[in-house]
Design a protein around this ligand. Sequence first.
Ligand code: PGA
Length: 252
Amino acid sequence: MNKSGKKIIIANWKMNGLLAESMQNIKHLRMNFLTNPSSCDVVVCPPFTLLRDMAEKLPSAGMKLGAQDCHYEKEGAYTGEVSARMLKDMTCSYVILGHSERRQHFSETSEIVKKKALTAIDAKLVAIICVGETLYERDNNLTDIVLREQVIHSIPENANDSNVIIAYEPVWAIGSGQIPANEQIEKTHSYVRKVIKEELLQFKNVPRVIYGGSTSPDNAKSLLSIGGVDGLLVGKASLDPKQFWKMIESAN
Ligand code: PGA
């Protein structure tokens, strides 16, 4: 847990959301927020196309804006890419990096994730760095080895406990409806903390470590009660504002 001691709930909308429906969803969330202020931190990461519109709606209701990726260069001839400074310019405070869908479908290695995180932190964004094992790796008892490799090689030298969040997302749990047992999650989070504490000397304190993968209103409370789980990274359930609000309430 970082200094604030607060849980954090992060919505990852992935490649979903057209303007009209998204504005409706946010209207619903805003209304809930303004009438029942939340005691946890809430971040919404819509696709790039919605950032400007969300920038006008989220902060005034107490929520923070995040993006789902950025390039590792500050600017230049990278057609189609978006830089960390552009996200900051759009009033983003957070950026998700190294999500397993990017590692899998866009061949992002931990080294690339690290370069992105370095630039994001330089631009004063909080980098939400995702790590997690595949089913094959889990079944072959490789989880700790894979997580250690990802943690060590994805986190840059300028990281500290307030500019980085680690999201542990088992790849096999994402969008599958399956999640590890609570004891397993506790063990894995504690392992990630140990690696950070013992091997990454840039950290004075361990940053927040959150869980992601098939989280829902039904399991949010139980997941948030696990020792060492500082919050949730929510995919599908964050697209429905009623479900997402229930999850926020579980963290209060
Ligand atoms: P899910 O996705 O909640 O739909 O499983 C989580 C994520 O990919 O961040």
